[in-house]
Design a binder for this molecule. Structure first.
Ligand SMILES: Cc1cc2nc3c(=O)[nH]c(=O)nc-3n(C[C@H](O)[C@H](O)[C@H](O)COP(=O)(O)OP(=O)(O)OC[C@H]3O[C@@H](n4cnc5c(N)ncnc54)[C@H](O)[C@@H]3O)c2cc1C
Length: 387
């Protein structure tokens, strides 16, 4: 589907081929109807389990596919070209799995990873609160140790997979007096149970199908053994420790949306005629197509470069930030340009471009807003180039 871009490497080819066939056969024919109906993709979730996507980035030692960030980013891009919401079902789940794999105790890994990679257990990450998103140190959810348990009270908002998932990496404060506050933050593996309620499913502009929820915790008991890494005060680091891969993933979604907007525009501009010729032959449309294609290619290369640095074990917060910032802005720009190219039809629910236009803005907010990405990039520029 991608109008410009790379070919799969020999290593990637089998999985990318399997994903492409699945998208053409089982996703494309249903995505538009289901998205408009805000219908949860139960059947597609089962198919994603069979494809191994719930263990995509988990190492083979635990039964995962052990994919590189580079291959994973290509998969996320391809799926986002068809229906971005599907990537949310396994992205935040994989962030939970990564948190356990990277920071958990051996017992936590043994208990949870084999079930997470198959999708038998599904979930996500619960960081954001009604009064704290970017400023995570401002969270108020508290976990108090009583004997062999933590008693959790508080709430979380915007939590992906909150209804359909049953297990979450839950960021809490275990010491509210800590200074700086991040030193009093911890991460718990929270399985649904008494005191853990999904209070509502949130209505959204786009990103339909997938559940975004508010969670309430009232005297909710978590076994002390579920403290990630068995050490209090590390939760903030566990939360930010997954951000580089998280940003590469959101950037890859941006490439997918930007690509699809371009593909649809190239096709439509050759079909639609005005003043006796296809609109693709009008210079005003040609300028748009050229801009869109250049943005797609630049975004893809930034994602590839950040993913390669991540796979090589290099520090890549600046690279991931650049990819996230540029690719998601490209998604917003291209989706609007695609709508303009489609004229009135771009505003119609019969064409996919109106969905791209509704899905794209989420990408500039999630996984660190694009305002924050530019601040991170600038700080890194100075830190890496001292005078
Ligand atoms: C559909 C959806 C799904 C989500 N899924 C999850 C999930 O699964 N788990 C989860 O934990 N969270 C999730 N989130 C939450 C998301 O991560 C937050 O919305 C995001 O981090 C921004 O936080 P906020 O909404 O509180 O905005 P705020 O932090 O209040 O920011 C408001 C504005 O102020 C700007 N701003 C803030 N601080 C600064 C600063 N220092 N300098 C300059 N500008 C600043 C921001 O860039 C933004 O423009 C999801 C959100 C959405 C919409």
């Amino acid at each position: 589907m991608t109008p410009c871009g790379d070919d799969a490497s020999a290593d990637d080819a089998p999985i990318l081929d399997a994903i492409a066939k699945w998208l053409a056969r089982d996703v494309e024919p249903h995505a538009m109807r289901m998205e408009h109906a805000d219908e949860y993709p139960h059947q597609m979730v089962e198919q994603m389990k069979a494809l191994g996507l719930f263990g995509a980035t988990v190492s083979t030692e635990w039964g995962g596919l052990g994919l590189s960030a580079s291959t994973y980013a290509k998969i996320v891009t391809m799926i986002s070209e068809s229906w971005m919401s599907l990537t949310g079902v396994f992205n935040s789940h994989l962030m939970l799995a990564k948190c356990i794999e990277k920071f958990g105790t051996v017992d936590q890994k043994k208990k949870y990873l084999p079930k997470l990679v198959t999708g038998e257990l599904r979930g996500g990450t619960a960081l954001t609160e009604p009064d704290a998103g970017t400023d995570l140190q401002g969270i108020r959810t508290k976990a108090e140790k009583r004997g062999e348990h933590y008693i959790v009270n508080g709430s979380k908002i915007w939590i992906t997979n909150g209804l359909e998932g049953t297990i979450f990496a839950l960021l809490v404060k275990t010491n509210t007096a800590a200074d700086p506050p991040r030193k009093g933050m911890s991460m718990l593996i929270a399985e649904k149970g008494p005191g853990f309620t999904v209070s509502r499913k949130l209505e959204k502009l786009g990103y339909h199908g997938i559940d975004s929820t508010e969670l309430i915790f009232e005297d909710y008991k978590v076994p002390a053994a579920n403290l990630i890494g068995a050490e209090e005060g590390k939760g903030f680091y566990h939360a930010v420790g997954g951000l580089e891969l998280g940003r590469i993933n959101v950037a890859a979604r941006g490439v997918g949306i930007a690509n699809r907007a371009l593909t649809e525009s190239i096709k439509y501009s050759q079909q639609r005629k005005t003043f006796g010729k296809p609109i693709a032959q009008h210079q005003a449309i040609q300028l748009k197509l050229a801009e869109m294609a250049t943005k797609c290619e630049a975004a893809r290369l930034l994602v590839e470069s950040a993913a390669k640095a991540y796979d090589a074990g290099q520090r890549c917060d600046m690279e991931a930030g650049m990819a996230k910032y540029y690719a998601t802005e490209a998604a917003v720009d291209n989706s609007l340009e695609a709508m303009r190219i489609h004229g009135g039809y771009g505003y119609s629910k019969e064409f996919v471009v109106e969905r791209l236009y509704r899905d794209a803005p989420l990408l500039v907010i999630g996984e660190g807003t694009n305002e924050m990405q530019r601040i991170i990039i600038a700080r890194q520029l100075v830190e890496r180039n001292p005078i």
